[in-house]
Design a protein around this ligand. Structure first.
Ligand code: PMP
Length: 413
């Protein structure tokens, strides 16, 4: 009998299905993952109670502390009451509301772009922008070229894989390498980069990349997921800070799920780019529109950020303080340009243990293991938040250092 055949004598399961060997290979995959310390499990957050949470959260991406801001949650609740819990359809059918339009106008204006388009996630926005902005062979006579930093987020990588274009993966934060790749494809390139890289929290050399793009007639697509709300004047993002917002050859994407505390993604760019996406981007056309509550929450959060621009500076100060405390104690971390502080762990297993030790001591931190980190090095990832007090920052850093010392990680770089 072939190894994936269903045996007639297999006992029926609770759901009435017979036993099958079809997915037996998954068990082997799982065993290999377990041996490498790479199994992932879901861990629901504790039910919110009254008062200070028992565990201090430095794992989430709520950089400005806006996800629970009363104006933001009230706006979401009001929108759900008014428009319904879901958007009811794709943006081009029934899923666009006045809230989506207002959010697009407000974000374009805030970040300094001509136009914007809201998607159901930052992931979907990135897939759309990357796949839709390389010139198609039937128009340009040859395939376009996507030039992608090796440290880019998975959503940009997947966009490059899906696009009908050539692909050059270039060394991390290396404008010269990007220029060399573009030189062979004049007028047909698109450089794709994170503004702040999610693994180590370092920033891309945007101005130098833009110079290379202009030299070779290429476009520049920047994923500013970690820059919005943190970098630039009042949190207008890394693209704005680099003086590139509104440029005719620059497109930016952001997520609404980090500093704006909501959910969803946005592409920002010249009006003709946005019009092109509306008519061609598959993750726009075939996806249900963002829930009105999420759009309303993001709008309200943007309003708070406009009114309180000091939140952006505070989150950067918290990140700098965390970094200084951790490296001062002997841990290895890249200097953060935004809100992400990543410290090296000796191995994937060590990272998981370290994270569990921190949790037991009341601090929730993120844990990055392969394949999320390309170099095989694992990390604990701490996110700075504008609403952390100095005492909480001290406690968090002290816990990460204390648990590292107890595990003997302090000198393993
Ligand atoms: N880009 C980067 C750099 C990210 O860190 C993330 C979120 N993990 C995304 C895109 C995806 O955004 P979203 O979570 O809204 O899908």
């Amino acid at each position: 009998m072939p190894h994936n055949a269903v045996s007639p004598s297999s006992p029926a399961t609770r759901t009435g299905a017979t036993r099958s060997t079809t997915f037996d290979w998954l068990d082997e995959q799982h065993r290999l993952r377990r041996e490498a310390g790479l199994v992932r499990t879901l861990r629901p957050r504790p039910e919110p109670g009254a008062g200070e949470p028992a565990v201090l959260d430095l794992a989430g991406n709520d950089y400005l502390g806006l996800s629970r801001h009363p104006e933001v949650t009230r706006a979401a609740a009001d929108a759900a009451h008014r428009w319904g819990a879901g958007s009811t359809g794709s943006r081009l059918v029934s899923g666009s509301t006045a809230l989506h339009t207002r959010l697009e106008e407000a974000l374009a204006e805030f970040c300094g772009f001509e136009a914007a388009l809201v998607f159901s996630s930052g992931y979907a926005a990135n897939l759309a922008a990357v796949t839709a902005l390389a010139p198609p062979p039937e128009l340009s006579g040859a395939r376009g070229l996507l030039v992608s930093d090796e440290g880019n987020h998975a959503s940009l990588i997947d966009g490059c894989r899906l696009a009908r274009a050539g692909r050059a993966v270039v060394p991390h934060a290396d404008p010269e390498a990007a220029g060399k790749a573009l030189a062979a494809h004049p007028g047909r390139g698109l450089v794709v980069t994170d503004s702040v890289f999610s693994v180590d929290g370092d920033a891309a050399p945007l101005a130098a990349l833009a110079r290379q793009c202009r030299r070779h007639g290429a476009g520049l697509l920047v994923d500013d997921a970690h820059g919005l709300g943190v970098l630039g004047d009042g949190g207008r993002g890394a693209v704005h800070a680099a003086g590139l917002a509104g440029a005719p050859d620059v497109v930016s994407t952001v997520t609404l799920s980090k500093s704006l505390g909501a959910q969803g993604g946005v592409v920002l760019g010249p009006a003709r780019v946005i019009a092109h996406l509306v008519s061609s981007a598959r993750t726009f056309i075939f996806d249900t529109g963002l829930a009105p509550a999420a759009a309303a929450a993001a709008l309200a959060a943007l309003e708070v950020l406009r009114r309180e621009p000091g939140r952006a500076a505070r989150v950067r100060a918290v990140a700098g303080d965390l970094h200084a405390r951790l490296t001062g104690a002997g841990l290895t971390a890249v200097r953060p340009d935004a809100a992400v502080v990543s410290v090296r762990a000796p191995s994937p297993r060590a990272a998981v243990r370290w994270q569990a030790d921190c949790r037991a001591a009341g601090i929730e931190v993120g844990c990055f293991r392969p394949p999320s980190v390309p170099d095989g090095v694992s990390r604990l990832r701490l996110t700075a938040r504008a609403d952390l007090t100095d005492a909480q920052v001290e406690r968090a850093a002290g816990t990460v250092v204390g648990t590292a010392a107890a595990e003997g990680f302090l000198n393993s770089r």
